[in-house]
Design a protein. Structure first.
Length: 302
């Protein structure tokens, strides 16, 4: 004899889980009064109140542009100018801390788009591309722009916020270049009254005031002696060695550390046949830049 339960006669006789016998609330009729909608209105869902027949809130959702639900999304009160929802995150939006957005090429400053075609132009910084006036004399020429770009790349960290002493400055090419790149002060020493007049015109054209650029119309030797007595020092001293002039005494004062602060740099621009001083005293060789016709010998004060 088989020991198994006989099959049910009709499986459809099982009661529904959400049937009335389980205590489920009765479905509200669309025609009942007091449900907040006019009789016969079935637009809110399967039931008159937006609920499904099994009392679940799964009816049709109200559109965002529905005038009955003014929460700011439909009338544009909280819309952002870049087209993204409030609180959203735009990956293509540039951020100063993390750089430009991915796939978006950063725009170069307008100053970097200026082409440098002449030695009389400032090569970089806030005065980039501006032209300096100079004397028509063949002895007064600008320092080569390629040489300036190289030397200022080497000493860029010392130029920003530093003090520059330009000896034999001429029309002020080196000192103005340093101010353009962020130097705090540039002191120009020139003995020619005519060149000092041109130098002051260049400073006025660049908008450099007396607090950032000072002009000393006197000999280099006398200026260095006064600076030694007053204990004035600079972070960088640039000296364009003149051809045929007596420069032994000037180099002697500079190698003694006159006008140069501790760990400051002395930059001497000279011809290839120039021989460095045998006794550097308080200086030591730091770097040499060979640019063909001109050579820059850089020394550091101990």
């Amino acid at each position: 004899m088989e020991n198994r339960r006989p099959p049910r006669s009709n499986s459809n006789d099982r009661k529904s889980y959400f049937g009335q016998s389980r205590g489920a609330p009765p479905n509200r009729s669309n025609d009942r009064t007091g449900n907040g909608r006019p009789p016969g209105d079935k637009s809110a869902g399967r039931g008159g109140d937006g609920r499904s027949p099994d009392n679940r809130a799964g009816g049709q959702k109200t559109r965002s542009n529905d005038t009955r639900w003014r929460d700011g999304r439909s009338d544009g009160r909280f819309a952002r100018k870049d087209g993204f929802a409030p609180g959203g995150y735009n990956k293509r939006r540039p951020d100063a801390r993390r750089g430009p957005a991915r796939g978006v090429k950063a725009k170069e400053p307008e100053q970097n788009l200026i082409k440098i075609t002449s030695d009389a132009q400032i090569t970089d910084g806030k005065f980039r591309g501006l032209t300096l006036i100079n004397s028509v004399s063949p002895k007064t020429i600008h320092t080569n722009r390629k040489l300036r770009e190289v030397v200022f790349k080497v000493i860029s960290r010392r130029v920003k916020g530093g003090r520059i002493l330009d000896l034999g400055s001429g029309c002020g090419t080196i000192g103005i270049e340093a101010i353009s790149r962020g130097a705090m002060l540039a002191t120009f020493v020139e003995r020619s009254a005519r060149m000092c007049t041109i130098l002051r015109k260049n400073l006025a054209a660049m908008g450099i005031k007396d607090g950032h650029g000072e002009v000393a119309e006197e000999e280099i030797n006398s200026f260095l002696k006064k600076a030694a007595r007053r204990k004035r020092v600079w972070d960088l001293v640039y000296f364009d060695l003149p051809v045929g002039d007596e420069h032994t005494t000037i180099l002697d004062d500079l190698t003694s550390g006159c006008g140069l602060k501790s760990r400051g740099l002395l930059i001497v621009e000279h011809e290839p046949d120039f021989t460095n001083p045998d006794n550097l005293k308080q200086l030591r060789p730091w770097r040499t830049i060979d640019h063909g016709e001109k050579i820059l010998s850089i020394y550091e004060r101990i």
